[in-house]
Design a protein around this ligand. Sequence first.
Ligand code: NAP
Length: 252
Amino acid sequence: MELDGKVIVISGASSGIGAAAARLFAAEGARLVLGARRAQMLDALTSEIGESGGTAVSLAGDVREEAYAQALVGRALDAYGRLDGAFNNAGIVGEMGALAQMSLSNWEAVMSTNLTSAFFALKAQLPVMTAQGGGSIVFTSSFVGYSNGGLPGMGAYAASKAGLIGLVQSAAADHAADGVRINSLLPGGTVTPAGGQDNPEFLQYISGLHPMKRMAAAGEIAQAAMFLLSDRASFMTGSPMIADGGMSVRLL
Ligand code: NAP
């Protein structure tokens, strides 16, 4: 078991990559706290994991609120008495469109959900992990905003996801000596609700951008996250780890 006994918080666990990660991590022995806003979906997933022999509890809330980041960590400590890992994965694309026409409310919604939430997560998770003598924190960034990922109409999203990479590098440098590893994961296009799973034309367009000529399944990205959370990645910190089907090395 890759994550045997590890206590891990997952945000964005109600759907897509986060839900796939919850199923995988539980099957690999982790004890989980699942977070997202939709409580019913979290309850259903928690029950499913329990029926499969795994261990999970959930706490619904909004990652834009600092109190929720603290509450997720508190739920882990109440349920399991420790915190070994966090997969900070919740995110939104927001409205797509040219920056000159973009509303401030859209910009702020994307930034608070994708980037300010990371600041809150670190503030909640780091004290517990440093006191314990170690841990692993993973943020879901994106191929968008990195290397060849300059997709049109995604300025706010690209800025938020590129911001995560810088935040992670700085935080990793600050806490490497504490035994806390902090990495970002950069998925390529992934078939999920946010990844356009119900839009065949969009899926075809995004698939075509990848040298592999397909998008990732959510479970493939969950595997990459699991590696970073596991002891196999024991010498990795501050890394923007790419899992993008070759997108970042494609010829323009
Ligand atoms: P998804 O299926 O839409 O999942 C997004 C998750 O984030 C949901 O569980 C959602 O739960 C949660 N979430 C959104 N806003 C939230 C908020 N304010 N508070 C709490 N939870 C919130 O999309 P996905 O593709 O799996 O996305 C997961 C991550 O991967 C995101 O960070 C995304 O940017 C990133 N990513 C995706 C792709 C792709 O092609 N799919 C590529 C690169 C990176 P609730 O709605 O229940 O709150």
